[in-house]
Write a protein that binds this ligand. Structure first.
Ligand code: ZN
Length: 279
């Protein structure tokens, strides 16, 4: 077993072992129905040092994201949630036609389209080319890349930094959480705002553990977005404590205290938000 994806401590403590499972959202073509399908261990560990819950990485991110079957816009209720967020944050931050909005893991443009409608310059960063093409067709400029420090530096070199940087339901799926978060810091404009949204592990357990079963597996720990609990690329689930530690690593001491307070306050409602120090 490899070390923790965040702090590299050895992983020994099982969080839940759900046996073997095929990859989620990887649908078989008709000609593959009589062939062997690969199964992977759906065995989540919790790091005893930083409390990050995670599964080991078995499949390369490239293999998963080259052709991806999850299109966020397929869900009407998800679109309504995205639009409500855009209206709220644009008003709260006083965003204007000169405010650059960048979303990481922007999928098919389901969210950024509402900033476009407000006349704001946007950029999506999305690793799955087939999904990014749907975003571009919708009028959402999208850079196809697996985000991390290198992509952030390339965008920075083009003069692109975010007044508002968004990472919704993406951190749990990135192969290298430290490289991803370091990249966010580079891509955020001084004085800019970062908002993140992800399933909160404690609430996930509280709201889904009332009917535990020894025979049925995934329903017990299924989140609002099924991919969050499947063996994809070393998935993680964040707790308040792991969030706070991540903020501590990437912020200054002064930021850390402020960020921690904010994280604690927000994670109790299932999302986290970190505000960067004004330069
Ligand atoms: Zn750890």
């Amino acid at each position: 077993m490899a070390g923790c994806l965040f702090c590299s401590a050895p992983l020994r403590q099982t969080f839940v072992d759900l046996g073997m499972s095929p990859l989620c959202e990887s649908y078989l073509p008709a000609e593959a129905l009589n062939q062997v399908e690969r199964f992977y261990p759906l065995h989540a560990y919790v790091c005893e040092r930083c409390f990050l819950v995670q599964v080991e990485q078995y499949v390369s991110p490239e293999a998963i994201f080259t052709e991806y079957a999850y299109f966020s816009s397929f869900s009407d209720s998800w679109l309504a949630h995205a639009k409500a967020y855009v209206d709220m944050i644009a008003s709260r931050l006083g965003l204007s036609g000169t405010s650059r909005v960048i979303e990481l893991g922007s999928n098919d443009g389901y969210l950024l389209q509402y900033f476009v409608a407000k006349g704001m310059p946007v950029l999506g960063v999305e690793p799955a080319r087939n999904v990014a093409e749907a975003a571009v067709a919708r009028g959402v400029p999208t850079h196809v890349a697996m985000f991390g420090r290198q992509t952030a530096r390339e965008l920075q070199a083009q003069g692109l930094q975010a007044d508002l940087l968004i990472g919704n339901n993406v951190l749990a799926q990135v192969p290298d959480v430290n490289d991803f978060v370091a990249g966010m810091k580079l891509l955020l404009k001084p004085g800019g705002v970062l908002t993140m949204e992800f399933p909160h592990l404690m609430r996930l357990m509280q709201e889904t553990s009332s009917t535990p079963s020894t025979t049925s597996t995934s329903p017990t720990f299924r989140s609002s977005r099924p991919s969050a609990s499947s063996p994809r690329t070393g998935c993680v689930s964040l707790t308040s404590r792991s969030c706070a530690r991540m903020a501590a690593r990437y912020g200054s001491t002064r930021d850390m205290r402020r960020s921690r307070g904010r994280l604690r306050a927000r994670t109790s409602r299932g999302s986290a938000r970190v505000r960067r120090r004004r330069a």
